[in-house]
Design a protein around this ligand. Structure first.
Ligand code: ACM
Ligand code: ZN
Length: 549
């Protein structure tokens, strides 16, 4: 009797565990229907139709190889032609990846039944997301490097039809305030890929350090990438006296871009202008309104020493820098910052004032002449980058005045910037401080939390973001998506960085991916505890292990 009861309980547990597998996928798929039975995948042959792109075949082969390794039963890989016909004739077993041109670029389907796993996608992105979904359905050991033969290497029979809600699923990283090694950036990209994020916003320049090699302006990488110390904690008058710096060579930039691309992630570089440029001015002081001397800032905040845009040589500099940036990053966008540009120096500068007069710019009661001057800079840079085949993104300050043609607004001071931009027929990305600033601490109570910017963005808060709130439904297509930002003033170690990122990035992933109305906080928090924390453990990430609710 006792034995029968035990078996009964075990069966029940297995049924629940299996039912839970589909529920436990993060981000939750648009549609997932559980059916009876399961399919063992350890030792299964993996086949990819030869008509799928080579990169997709490589991704499937790498997955099969890793699955074979951790499960202890190797999964042979092949990419034969005409797989579709063989599958239709029911002649072939295995995990079968087929091309379906009718699916959107990021869509995929998975059918698990009768000893087969059939994946359909139109190209690399869909195949990649299907693989991530399959990984989420397998034991967490799939994320590790250790052999785990005793795990249950099966998938439940099911039908999944999935595609993301938003095209822009971004995560930003500030590499100026603290410099992150290429290996750390790769780990960041890895965890983004695990949760189907697809845009890495690389904040490469700021008042506190210039981090990208520019061959035409070598002093950026001899002078502007260094600062003479860093403020200690939150004491703005302090300096630890330790020279701090670093930059990415163009070779390293290409390496990161390629690494990201292999994971379906486009890198969006940010060259912040015309404010947040003190480090650049330290190398080329003739580009400032006063001529300097200037020094990369050792403290946080917004410097009022900005680029002198009254001098034509400043545009020569920007165009030289952006030409190299455009050549390094194949994506369609370059982020040109535009945020927090104090106008005090421009008000006093004879060159800036002469340009204001020449352009006939005036304070019209809505915006000052100097705000219109920044508007002129944005439009000029937009036109220049258009000649390189690039579109611009700017922080929502670029709305002040008149938007540059084709500009995309990144709405950070709340969501109003995105609402305004979309109403005007411009694209926008949501990244409001209130929900998306991961440099803020994760709990109301600072006790036990590591150092952070003095604000709070809880897991629940990011999960609650409604990206289309206030947006005219007729203009909703202008909301490209959602991004979280990780500024690093108060973060100086990889462990701390990962702690601030995780698990909030998983909540962000559901906001970015799940269809409207399909998010469920209670389920999400349970899944975090029961499934994603073990996943992050196996993948070796540091994360906040406390869930407040
Ligand atoms: C910003 O946080 N200054 C965009
Ligand atoms: Zn000036």
């Amino acid at each position: 009797m006792k034995r029968i009861l035990t078996i009964g309980i075990l069966c029940l547990c297995a049924a629940f565990a299996r039912a839970g597998v589909l529920e436990d996928i993060v981000p939750r798929p648009a549609e997932a229907v559980l059916q009876n039975g399961n399919v063992r995948v350890s030792g299964l042959p993996f086949k990819c139709d030869a008509s799928l792109p080579k990169e997709a075949q490589t991704a499937v082969a790498a997955f099969a190889s890793h699955l074979g390794y951790v499960s202890g039963k190797s999964c042979p890989f092949a990419a034969p032609p005409g797989l579709e016909a063989a599958v239709a004739a029911g002649k072939v077993k295995g995990a079968l990846f087929l091309r379906d041109a009718s699916l959107g670029a990021e869509a995929y389907t998975i059918e698990v039944a009768s000893g087969r796993v059939i994946v359909r996608a139109s190209g690399l992105s869909g195949v990649r997301y299907a693989l991530e979904t399959i990984r989420q359905m397998l034991p967490a050991a799939i994320y590790g490097e250790q052999i785990a033969e005793k795990e249950r290497w099966t998938l439940p029979c099911c039908v999944i039809r999935d595609e993301p809600r938003f095209a822009w699923r971004g995560m930003h990283l500030d590499c100026s305030r603290h410099f992150w090694q290429v290996e750390e950036i790769k780990r960041y990209l890895d965890v983004m890929a695990m949760y189907k994020l697809n845009r890495f916003h690389w904040h490469l320049t700021d008042d506190q350090g210039w981090r990208i090699e520019i061959k035409a302006y070598p002093l950026l990488n001899q002078i502007a990438c260094w600062r003479e110390g860093t403020m200690v904690g939150h004491d703005f008058s302090s300096n630890d006296g330790i020279r701090y710096g670093g930059f990415y060579t163009q070779e390293e930039i290409r390496e990161v871009v390629a690494y990201a691309a292999a994971r379906g992630i486009t890198v969006v570089p940010e060259i912040d202008l015309p404010g947040h440029m003190l480090a650049a001015l330290s190398a080329y002081p003739e580009l400032g309104c006063t001529g300097g001397p200037y020094f990369a800032w050792t403290r946080w905040g917004v410097s009022d020493q900005v680029l002198c845009v009254g001098k034509e040589s400043s545009f020569t500099f920007l165009e030289g820098v952006l030409s190299e940036v455009a050549a390094l990053f194949p994506g369609e966008y370059i982020h040109i910052g535009g945020d927090e540009c104090p106008k005090d120096e421009w008000k006093k500068c004879p060159d800036c004032q002469a340009l204001i007069r020449a352009l006939g710019l005036k304070d019209d009661g809505r915006f000052s002449a100097e705000q219109y001057l920044q508007n002129y800079v944005t439009k000029r840079i937009q036109a220049f980058l258009a000649t390189k085949g690039k579109k611009i993104i700017g922080w929502d300050e670029i709305l002040e005045g008149e938007l540059a043609p084709g500009a995309t607004v990144m709405s950070w001071r709340g969501t109003a910037g995105a609402v305004e931009a979309s109403a005007k027929g411009f694209d926008a990305i949501l990244s409001p401080v209130s929900h998306c600033y991961f440099d803020y601490r994760q709990a109301e109570d600072p006790a036990g939390e590591p150092d952070s910017f003095d604000g709070v963005v809880t897991l629940e808060k990011i999960y609650s973001l409604d990206p289309l709130a206030g947006v005219d439904p007729a203009q909703a297509h202008h909301i490209l998506g959602v991004q979280a930002n990780l500024w690093t003033e108060y973060i100086s170690t990889p462990e701390h960085l990962e702690y601030m990122l995780l698990p909030r990035m998983l909540a962000l992933a559901e906001v970015q991916w799940c269809p409207a109305g399909q998010r469920d906080l209670e389920r999400f928090l349970r899944v975090l505890r029961e499934h994603e924390f073990p996943v992050l453990d196996r993948a070796g990430y540091n994360y906040r292990k406390i869930i407040n609710q």
